[in-house]
Design a protein around this ligand. Structure first.
Ligand SMILES: Cc1cc2nc3c(=O)[nH]c(=O)nc-3n(C[C@H](O)[C@H](O)[C@H](O)COP(=O)(O)OP(=O)(O)OC[C@H]3O[C@@H](n4cnc5c(N)ncnc54)[C@H](O)[C@@H]3O)c2cc1C
Length: 650
């Protein structure tokens, strides 16, 4: 690793030359750096907008899940059977699914060795439980903050082995030498002045580990402060894959937390409030029967993600009604734990489905109001909000239908390399999941993908970097563009919040769980117009806020790419699936909601194809068959011979 300066237009720019840059310090980024070190590639560094930022470090849920091959009792399990379960998630490439299954145990045990407290029983077995879309109890958890614990343990190890970290550096552009990656351009968030604002990294390889593109949505349960940066990869020509596929669900917005599990099972009152302060108990207004309403609220507890298959007469109708209140009627929506729904002193438990009634009876919770039931069944769930400044005893909890996870993302091969040679993607930013995925498989995928990228770099990525003179020429164009853009954005006024709020709100309205082909088209046109005039429209008052403006720029590129994916999908005849509804003139609609949410369920015609979108090729989309699951695993002597030659990295 060497630090020099590159002279561009008479100005000197700090330049770091090294083998590999890892962008991001989440669970995937730290693991990538550690794996590189252990494979002897120590000429690498993490470049991050903030060491303690990102989803892994700052999020959690009731029982945050890690998905791995089963390691307990006599559950029959194997890489193939786990890969088949991933593959069944639809639109999934078989080779990456197989790798995610095969490497799940080494990656999981690595975390255990690093100190993540995944529970074992008295016999030392890593005990598991069943999560959604999981037939074999493969899930485990280290508690509500599993991903935080993972990141902390990985970071401690990175510190121990001496991983170099460039903190407070936001990557704003990927630099290319022809088709190949040549490095990245960073915005120094703590620059003293114009002269050290832009920093260059000249690298043979770049691993993007920037997390999900959370910053595109207003209604989001990603941690505040996490935005993601898929836009820089799209701008560099990386293909987006399965961008239509997300997970949305009900979450509180301050603090951001999924209101799953007990928060629903205690049957809170759902309330919306209009701009005049008038309250509506909108679920009670919608449902004809009390028991039906309460039973669906109860079920939402363990059917957390919005699922279009459950939208007509299942628990996902609740998500739709929340969306209607908030997005279409412009009201704020709350959960009220202080009073029972329908104004009951004592709920009519006998009207509940057998499943719900039995559960509450067994829990001894058929009494009082939602708060009393919550304290009785799960006091830590009450304490959690209290610790974040919300007392459910005295106030209502504001909620929305929020984006939580992107199943799609950047397209990669089975070494997590993108279509841009030398540029890898690992963690949530890489789109290896399909329409459905088992809960907890995101964290597994992040560990596996970062390990694979490191293995490939260790074998093939030692090559020469773009030489200094050529790099200076490549950097010149990017530096000129961004220096000029910064200057424009600082030339008076402060409009960032207006554009940012408008952009994220628009995306939640048209590109979230409810989508409509015409609205997708008009939103795309609006975003393009703003992006084309970005420097003229978007202003910030101080240089310290440039990083936020760059986040918006990145989000707009991502929004255009994601909305294009949705538009192509629906125009090609794609119908509602997973966590999204595409409204149409024909099909079914939940009773009383008329054409607002009329849609047809997909009947599987797109299950075995992957849609890929190219930002740099005019936002064009192509569809290709999924890569199949690999056939057999090979014959030992042959595998071993090749392993001795190149570790089977080819
Ligand atoms: C509420 C919630 C609950 C979840 N529960 C589960 C669960 O139970 N099981 C499961 O498997 N998954 C779960 N997930 C998903 C999982 O937590 C994430 O997919 C995972 O943590 C992402 O890790 P990552 O390392 O890819 O990215 P992150 O942890 O988000 O890290 C990204 C890093 O990149 C940095 N960065 C971003 N842009 C730039 C840039 N331009 N320049 C420099 N640095 C940059 C960020 O600051 C951060 O350091 C949940 C997610 C949420 C929101």
């Amino acid at each position: 690793m060497k630090e020099t300066t590159t002279v561009i237009g008479g100005k000197s720019y700090r330049t770091v030359s090294l083998n590999t840059v890892i962008v991001g310090s989440g669970a995937a980024g730290f693991n990538a750096a550690l794996r590189l070190h252990s494979l002897g590639v120590t000429d690498c560094a993490i470049v991050t907008e903030g060491v303690k930022m990102g989803t892994s470090r700052n999020t959690g849920s009731d029982k945050q899940t890690y998905y791995k091959m089963n390691l307990c009792a006599d559950y029959p399990d194997s890489p193939r059977s786990m890969a088949e379960d991933f593959f069944r998630g639809k639109c999934v490439d078989g080779d990456t699914a197989y790798v995610e299954a095969a490497l799940s145990i080494p990656c999981f045990l690595n975390l255990c060795e690093l100190g993540v407290p995944f529970p074992v029983n008295r016999f030392g077995e890593y005990i598991g439980y069943k999560t959604d879309h999981d037939p074999r109890a493969r899930a485990t958890s280290a508690g509500p903050l599993t991903s935080k614990l993972m990141t902390e343990c990985l970071e401690a190890e990175a510190e121990r082995v001496g991983v170099k970290i460039y903190d407070k550096m936001q990557i704003i552009s990927v630099l290319k030498d022809g088709d190949r990656v040549a490095g990245v351009l960073a915005l120094n968030k703590i620059a003293a002045g114009e002269e050290d604002r832009l920093v260059l990294f000249r690298a043979t390889n770049v691993i993007i580990a920037t997390g999900g593109p959370a910053g595109i949505y207003a209604d989001s349960v990603y941690p505040i402060g996490h935005a993601g940066s898929s836009g820089i990869a799209f701008e560099a020509g990386v293909l987006g894959k399965n961008l239509t596929e997300w997970q949305y669900g009900l979450a509180s917005i301050a603090p951001r937390w999924n209101v799953s599990g007990t928060y629903m099972q205690v049957l809170p009152r759902f309330v919306s409030v209009d701009s005049e302060g008038k309250e509506y108990e909108f679920l009670a207004e919608y449902f004809d029967e009390v028991g039906d309403c309460l039973s669906k609220i109860f079920k939402k507890g363990y059917e957390w993600p919005f699922d279009c298959r459950k939208a007509i007469d299942g628990s996902s109708i609740i998500d739709l009604l929340v969306y209607r209140e908030k997005v279409l009627l412009g009201r704020r929506v709350y959960l009220d734990f202080r009073r029972n729904p329908y104004g009951y002193d004592e709920l009519p438990y006998d009207t509940l489905t057998e499943e719900a009634r039995e559960y509450l009876e067994k829990a001894g919770a058929c009494f009082g109001n939602p708060l009393e039931r919550l304290l009785h069944m799960n006091e830590p769930a009450y304490d959690l909000y209290l610790s974040k400044g919300v007392d459910l005893r005295t106030e209502m909890l504001e909620i929305a239908l929020c984006a939580q996870h992107n199943n799609g993302g950047l397209s990669t091969d089975l070494w997590w390399q993108t279509n841009v040679p030398g540029l890898y993607a690992a963690g949530e930013v890489a789109g290896t999941h399909g329409v459905y995925r088992p809960g907890g498989s995101a964290l597994n995928a992040g560990q596996v993908g970062s390990m694979r990228a490191a293995q490939h770099i260790a074998r093939f990525g030692a090559g020469e970097r773009t030489d200094e003179a050529r790099f200076a020429a490549i950097a010149e164009a990017a530096v000129a563009t961004h220096a000029e853009l910064c200057e424009k954005m600082l030339s008076g006024g402060d409009t960032l919040k207006i554009y940012s709020d408008r952009a994220t709100k628009r995306m939640s309205e048209v590109g979230g769980a409810i989508r409509n082909s015409e609205k997708l088209g008009s939103a795309l046109a609006e975003i393009k117009e703003i992006f084309d005039n970005f420097g003229s429209y978007v202003r910030v008052a101080t240089p310290a806020r440039l990083y936020e403006a760059y986040r918006l720029r990145d989000a707009l590129i991502s929004q255009m790419t994601y909305l294009s994916a949705m538009k192509y999908y629906v125009e090609a005849g794609g119908k509602s699936r997973g966590s999204a509804i595409y409204t149409s003139k024909v099909g079914n609609t939940p009773a009383k909601l008329g054409d607002l949410f009329r849609f047809e369920l997909d009947s599987g015609e797109f299950d075995e194809v992957v849609e890929e979108v190219s930002y740099t090729d005019g936002l064009s989309a192509t569809v290709r068959p999924v890569r199949p699951l690999p056939g057999d695993s090979g014959f030992f002597e042959n595998v071993w011979r090749r392993y001795r030659e190149d570790k089977n990295v080819y």
